[in-house]
Write a protein that binds this ligand. Structure first.
Ligand code: UDP
Length: 329
């Protein structure tokens, strides 16, 4: 039986496909390639180009493969864009998940591991953030991800669809073999933008605000390596296979780094001075986001391997140096 990975041509999806294959899983990928890359998908996986909102397309995929479980990444994921285009996020994220869940129920597939986000919490009352913290998403992105989680909760009750929702903090880094990595166009994430400076693609990194209530005035985030995230998806699948009930887990390193600290580490990894200047705050950025991942560690047995940010940046740097313009398709 196969594992269906939606959005398997995207950043975290493509790394999870590699992780699943390394455990001997049979993998089917669907992706509409709107933001994903065909060449990010391992040739050992069976690939279908198409959209999860297309019921006929899903019927074909579920009809042609014996799907045991789904790992669901296919979604739009930019906070700023979601504020500008909320309806597009409700369509792609919520309607897409409705369409996928309908196909699963119709074909008797009852296990799903779901790509959720720290953005479901909004501005935290306390850090580190635990899964029991209140959820007050501050963007249509966070709101639709939370609604997707709730959709699964009701589907569990009505149809016995078991889910594990993984709320990621700041995904970063690249596969250590350097063949796959991060490629968003346009790029909005801190580490790849910093690395554009030593690549000669940008003069300086702009720091979004240095007047936050933190030690050096810049925002603090919890950076977690993409292969550690990928591994958590495989562990979550084992959790569901073992017959456990549906659950929600944070995935982060539990350690916060400020924007200035990340830049400093990137300077030491790349041996480049990386000039930085301060620009205005970006709307909607909380000062500090740090995860408590104790639950994932104790219940799923998750043990991040790349818990050193210097090593994480080094894996990203390997990828970007080898692929300065990202994927060719
Ligand atoms: N950031 C920045 N300059 C940039 C991009 C990001 O100062 O060019 C900051 C951003 O304000 C946040 C942190 O870097 O505090 C991480 O941002 P990113 O977009 O990578 O992830 P997010 O925290 O939004 O999920």
């Amino acid at each position: 039986m196969a594992i269906l990975v939606t959005g398997g041509a995207g950043y975290i999806g493509s790394h999870t496909v590699v992780e699943l294959l390394s455990h001997g899983e049979q993998v089917v990928v669907v992706d509409n390639l709107r933001t994903g890359h065909r060449s990010a998908v391992s040739s050992a996986a069976r690939f279908y180009e198409g959209d999860i909102r297309d019921a006929a397309f899903l019927k074909k995929v579920f009809g042609e493969n014996e799907i045991e479980a789904v790992i669901h990444f296919a979604a739009s994921s930019l906070v700023g864009e979601s504020v500008q285009q909320p309806l597009a996020y409700y369509d792609n994220n919520l309607f897409g998940t409705y369409s996928l869940s309908s196909a699963m129920v119709e074909h008797g597939v009852h296990k799903i591991v779901f790509s959720s986000t720290a953005a479901t919490y909004g501005e935290p009352e306390r850090v580190p953030i635990e899964e029991t913290a209140p959820t007050h998403p501050e963007s249509p992105y966070g709101e639709t991800k939370l609604a997707m989680e709730n959709m699964f909760r009701w589907c569990d009750r009505a149809y016995g669809l078991k889910f594990v929702s993984l709320r990621y903090f700041n995904a970063c880094g690249a596969h250590p073999d350097g063949l796959i990595g991060e490629d968003h166009k346009p790029e909005s994430h801190l580490i790849p933008i910093i690395l554009q400076v030593p690549l000669g693609q940008r003069e300086a990194i702009g720091i979004y605000g240095d007047d936050y209530p933190t030690e050096d005035g810049t925002c603090i985030r919890d950076y977690v390596h993409v292969m550690d995230l990928a591994n958590a998806h495989w562990l979550a699948l084992q959790h569901l296979r073992a017959g456990h009930s549906s659950n929600v887990f944070n995935l982060g390193s539990g350690t916060g780094f400020s924007v200035k600290q990340v830049i400093e580490l990137a300077r030491s990894v790349t041996e480049h001075p990386i000039p930085a200047n301060v620009s205005p705050r970006r709307a909607g950025d909380p000062a500090v986001l740090i995860a408590s991942s104790d639950k994932a560690r104790s219940v799923l047995g998750w043990q991040p391997k790349y818990d050193d940010l210097g090593t994480i940046i080094r894996t990203a740097w390997n990828w970007h140096q080898a692929h300065p313009d990202g994927y060719s398709d």
